[in-house]
Design a protein. Structure first.
Lengths: 283, 129
């Protein structure tokens, strides 16, 4: 059977992708950030998944205002890195896992979460920057990836509670898939940041630290945080953190925090990163 | 009965909700068109003529021509869509964010290196006064 072994939280900032692609990772501004992911790459080399279920948001790339699905699951064979207006990132094509994706869609929709099925989609920095940070420079991504896009662009976005419960339904689906696969769930985006208006540049280290603690110790409390608190405390784009709760909902109630990293700034954003492992996973 | 919008109390922030999305639909779809290189070239060649192909309001067009991002936000623009304009101009997200705060890019970048803008004083309009 498929088994969910680990959950990863990771911010995704376009400037991080640009720094990576332009070989600026050793520059003083970027070095501390990329150094913070070195332990993650080592961990990943020893804990390579077969499939990553990657929760992210599209940034007006695949979805314009013509269609705005709240939850969209990528069921295609492959997904091309998108041209976001300055050329596509020079990273490998993302290989999907249509069989597991279809299984999850079937299971989760029957559990009352109405997913949008997507069979053709380009993926933007929201998905490819976390892959670069966790896997480094590679000719091919070392695993399959199921993109799972959440609307956090047009308000209202799904609530933290709904995301957390959706994570539980995704877990149930993974547990019932009859291929022997090591699966990870990643939640991306966040942490505190605001990209717009005179309030741009907002960073709330106290909120972020409490959120990181809560991911390990009390995700139920995090799931009760209302939209307005994210907007007020973590900035208008900090609401991306609801996506982390899909990952956390999919994990066991009791988990161990293997690694944590936090860094300000990456351009306009606080970067947060966690590696969480289910206790029953072998150490 | 109107919907409750508690976020209207947050200072200096436009929350891109369904009402704003309706207001800004054509502005944002114009921005999406800049994802294609031939459209970027046509826009650069004659911005006004390109904008006139879209059923946007005159205020929206003038805001685009002036690169007044705060004005665009107030007229229904969403930052991830507006990003296509400053990408076309060869400008970064940090440049655009700084321009919206009224700070120079250098001063804004320095603020971020020092840990960013504290939420203290920015939680509510009352706190901001």
């Amino acid at each position: 059977m498929a088994r969910l072994t680990a959950g990863i939280a990771c911010s995704h900032v376009p400037a991080v992708g640009a720094a990576w692609d332009n070989k600026k990772t050793a520059e003083p501004y970027w070095q501390p950030l990329f150094a913070g992911f070195e332990p993650s790459k080592r961990w990943m080399a020893e804990n390579r998944p077969d499939v990553v279920f990657l929760v992210y948001n599209d940034h007006a790339t695949a979805f314009s205002l013509d269609m705005i699905p709240t939850f969209a699951i990528g069921c295609a064979e492959s997904f091309n890195p998108a041209d976001e207006g300055w050329g596509a990132r020079p990273v490998p094509v993302v290989q999907g896992h249509p069989e597991l994706a279809a299984h999850i869609a079937q299971s989760v929709i029957q559990d009352d979460f109405d997913l949008t099925i997507v069979n053709k989609m380009d993926v933007d920095h929201g998905l490819t920057v976390p892959l670069s940070l966790m896997f480094g420079d590679v000719a091919e991504w070392p695993c399959k990836v199921i993109p799972f896009a959440v609307n956090v662009v047009q308000y209202p976005v799904p609530s933290g509670r709904r995301c957390y419960n959706l994570g539980k339904a995704i877990r149930k689906a993974i547990d019932s898939f009859d291929q022997d696969l090591n699966v990870q769930v990643w939640g991306t985006g966040g942490m505190s940041h605001q990209l717009q208006g005179p309030r741009a540049g907002l960073i709330n280290k106290e909120f972020d630290a409490a959120f990181l603690d809560g991911m390990t110790k009390d995700p139920e409390a995090l799931a009760r945080i209302p939209h307005i608190d994210y907007l007020r405390e973590a900035g208008s784009e900090g609401i991306e953190l609801v996506m982390w709760l899909i990952m956390r909902g999919a994990m066991d109630a009791e988990i161990r925090e293997t690694y944590r990293f936090y860094h300000v700034p990456a351009s306009n954003t606080a970067i947060g990163h966690l590696i969480l492992e289910n206790n029953r996973s072998p150490k | 009965m109107s919907l409750d919008k508690p976020y209207s109390d947050i200072p200096d922030t436009v929350v891109f909700d369904a009402d704003m999305a309706r207001l800004g639909y054509h502005l944002n779809q114009f921005c999406m068109s800049l994802m294609k290189a031939p459209n970027r070239d046509r826009f650069r060649a004659d911005e006004r003529a390109y904008l006139d192909e879209w059923p946007m309001s005159e205020d929206q067009k003038l805001a685009v021509l002036a690169r007044d991002y705060n004005r665009m936000l107030s007229l229904g623009g969403n930052i991830y869509f507006l990003a296509k304009i400053f990408a076309t101009d060869g400008k970064s997200f940090q440049y655009a964010a700084a321009s919206m705060t009224g700070m120079s890019q250098e001063a804004y970048a320095e603020m971020m290196i020092k840990g960013g803008r504290s939420p203290d004083g920015y939680r509510t309009k009352k706190e901001r006064e």
